[in-house]
Write a protein that binds this ligand. Sequence first.
Ligand code: I3P
Length: 104
Amino acid sequence: HKGFLKRKAHANIDGKRIPWGKRGWKTFYAVLKGMVLYLQKVRPAQMCLSEEVVSVHHALAEKALDYTKRPHVFRLQTADWRIFLFEAGSKEQMSSWIARINLV
Ligand code: I3P
């Protein structure tokens, strides 16, 4: 499962609020392999690919019903209580990410 996703980090480990200045939306190329979500970011200036790794083992994905600023947004809560919002390109893509994440 792969594709572009926009992400906003909402809460850090143990549910601590992400501080001002680090709460913006960023685009990643996301790849879900097994129980791991790889978030790759292309950085043209550095000519390198930076990657973040998020474990989706015991994570919960659901449509972010209370977030209305953007469409097709789902919330991901990880086992260590981090919370991310992800914006997919369409309703279908959003549903498919949610289903795939909750399956593992
Ligand atoms: C954040 C950025 C986000 C915004 C967030 C801001 O600023 O503008 O887009 O979330 O608001 O704090 P920064 O990039 O400086 O961290 P929304 O797009 O959801 O409005 P928030 O603090 O209310 O989450």
